[in-house]
Design a protein around this ligand. Structure first.
Ligand code: GUN
Length: 281
């Protein structure tokens, strides 16, 4: 079984991006900038944002974090986004989710200029991705896609089963794999026989938030299994895949942690650089 090393893949991608930033700096005399807005004091969000900032600095991006208390008014956040939209030194804007209840998530997402939407959450980018046009692609599915391609560069005609239909992961993942000529099934909580669907798959992407849902006997030999889950349980952090069981069957599997997670952040840096490059044309 191939243990897909997301940490190593992310380090390689960051290295590539670092070289690219050096080249961009020489060409344009400026570097791409990423601004992250963090609202409230949720610990996981703080950790993610700290890691994003650290990685952005590592590859040579200009990085800024703007913090607001939980009680901040929606208007203040929207005005700040408008200001960042106009700021030429800001290539990418990310508002860390989840947001406090009194702030309308969709309004926030739609206020970010699509050309600076490094999350790929703006409806314009969602539409462009599903139409096969150039767009920002959400970082987690993009990271999954790059890991799958490392194991299997030619995905023509492969059967892919995605467990979970979220806007963040499942739906954009299905678009990326369709573009690669996979036959894609998107499963969800109302799917009749999830095990039977998974048993058909050459590729499984589990992004559903249920600890160890995908079992060893759901996976045929030669299947590539990507685990997006990060679930806190009594025995620590586990994914959506039963690692011990599935590792006995699968062709390749991502661990949790150390699989998809590191790639997500590296892809955010990649998206920021892409936004910068498009803005220079
Ligand atoms: N919170 C958890 N994952 C994400 C992500 O990919 N983007 C943003 N903006 N917030 C998140």
């Amino acid at each position: 079984m191939i243990l897909i090393d997301g940490k190593k893949a992310a380090a390689e991608l960051r290295d590539k991006l670092k070289h690219e930033v050096t080249g961009l700096k020489a060409k344009y005399n400026k570097v791409p900038g990423l601004t992250v807005i963090l609202i409230g004091d949720l610990t996981p969000s703080q950790i993610y944002v700290r890691n994003k900032e650290k990685s952005a600095n590592e590859v040579g991006l200009k990085s800024e974090v703007i913090k607001y208390p939980d009680s901040v008014e929606e208007k203040t956040v929207l005005e700040k986004i408008e200001e960042l939209n106009k700021d030429e030194t800001v290539s990418g804007i990310l508002v860390q989710l989840p947001l406090p209840k009194h702030i309308d998530k969709q309004k926030v997402i739609e206020t970010i200029l699509p050309s600076k939407d490094v999350d790929g959450f703006h409806p314009i980018n969602v539409g462009n991705l599903s139409s096969g046009y150039e767009s920002s692609v959400p970082c987690t599915p993009l990271g999954c896609y790059l890991l799958i391609k490392k194991v299997e560069p030619n995905l023509n005609g492969k059967k892919a089963v995605i467990v979970g239909r979220s806007n963040l992961n499942g739906k954009p993942m299905s678009q990326l794999l369709l573009k690669e000529n996979c036959t894609v099934t998107v499963t969800h909580s109302k799917t009749k026989d999830l095990k039977a669907e998974c048993l058909e798959a050459d590729i499984i992407v589990a992004a559903v938030g249920i600890p160890e849902l995908v079992k060893g006997d759901w996976v045929k030999k030669d299947t590539i299994v990507i685990d997006v889950g990060i679930n806190k349980t009594d025995k620590g952090i586990v994914g959506d895949v039963d690692f011990d069981e599935v590792s006995k069957n699968a062709k390749a599997l991502t661990p949790v942690p150390g699989g998809v997670g590191p790639m997500t952040i590296a892809c955010l840096l990649k998206n920021t650089i892409e936004c910068f490059k498009r803005s220079q044309i």
